[in-house]
Design a protein. Structure first.
Length: 286
């Protein structure tokens, strides 16, 4: 029993770090633009399919497709903001919600049309197998994905704290009007933030494709969990999203261990509801 519990804790940490990376991309957009990006999970799906097709058509391992997925999703995010989302930024909140929801429906249905609803899996990625550490088994692709998520999350945090552009993003997140008065081009910050948020799930998609099934609706579950994590950690809080992602990963695996696995997601959302009821701003929100 203790050995099984330790294994579940390790599994929870590994998936939790991946959740954190996905949620950081969402909270970046949410915090800067104050807009809910319902297409976030579909961006993840595009990243996974990009990695899959690069492997299938050109034999490029998902690990080496990360730069391509990152660049593609960054450009895709900036274009969607420039030509779609920016047109409703000055409009009512309902218009902002509907436009990202519409983008989500379009991307997911386009994926079904182009690639069919079939489940796909990269059969022989470079990262495969397990490491046996006594009583604990570490999945190599999940461990590398978790390490990559930690490194990427740290890089985003340092970028925001140490660079001039990052500080402009944080300033816009804190007070848009004050940032505008200080000479910050807030529209450019919006575009950059949307692109960065998409790029982060591009990285997550490349990592996930090494061990997770790839299909057009795969982003639905991850997108829903990401919304839960962002609200739990605090809207716009990068560190809050990182911590909340780890907590959700642990709750998910331990909930399935102590109770029926069918209830693991229900337990996650129940804890989320209790947390926001007690502390509506989230764990580290303002």
């Amino acid at each position: 029993m203790p050995e099984q519990l330790l294994q579940q804790i390790v599994n929870g940490l590994l998936i939790g770090f991946m959740y954190s990376l996905i949620a950081i991309g969402l909270t970046l957009i949410w915090g800067v633009m104050n807009i809910v990006n319902f297409a976030h999970g579909d961006f993840l799906m595009v990243g996974m399919f990009t990695s899959f097709w690069l492997y299938t058509l050109y034999g490029l391992d998902p690990l080496f497709s990360i730069p391509i997925c990152t660049a593609l999703l960054f450009v895709m995010g900036m274009l969607i903001y420039r030509f779609i989302v920016s047109k409703v930024m000055a409009g009512p909140m309902l218009a902002q919600l509907v436009v990202t929801f519409g983008v989500s429906i379009f991307i997911s249905n386009l994926a079904v049309y182009l690639w069919t609803p079939d489940f796909r899996l990269i059969a022989k990625p470079l990262l495969s197998g397990t490491w046996n550490l006594g009583a604990v088994q570490l999945s190599i692709p999940k461990t590398v994905a978790a390490a990559g998520s930690i490194i990427t999350s740290l890089a985003v945090f340092l970028f925001l704290k140490k660079t001039r552009t990052g500080k402009a993003i944080l300033a816009t997140e804190m007070d848009r009007e004050a940032a505008l008065l200080m000479g910050i081009n807030t529209d450019r910050v919006n575009s950059l933030s949307f692109g960065m948020g998409a790029a982060l799930v591009g990285i997550a998609g490349a990592f996930l494709s090494t061990y997770y099934y790839i299909y057009p609706q795969v982003g639905g579950l991850f997108g829903t969990i990401a919304f839960c994590i962002v609200a739990l950690g605090g809207f716009g809080s990068i560190s809050g999203a990182f911590i909340a992602g780890i907590l959700v990963g642990l709750v998910q695996t331990l909930g399935g261990f102590f109770f029926d696995p069918a209830y693991k997601y229900a337990i996650v959302f129940m804890i989320y509801l209790v947390t926001v009821w007690i502390r509506p701003q989230g764990l580290l929100g303002w």
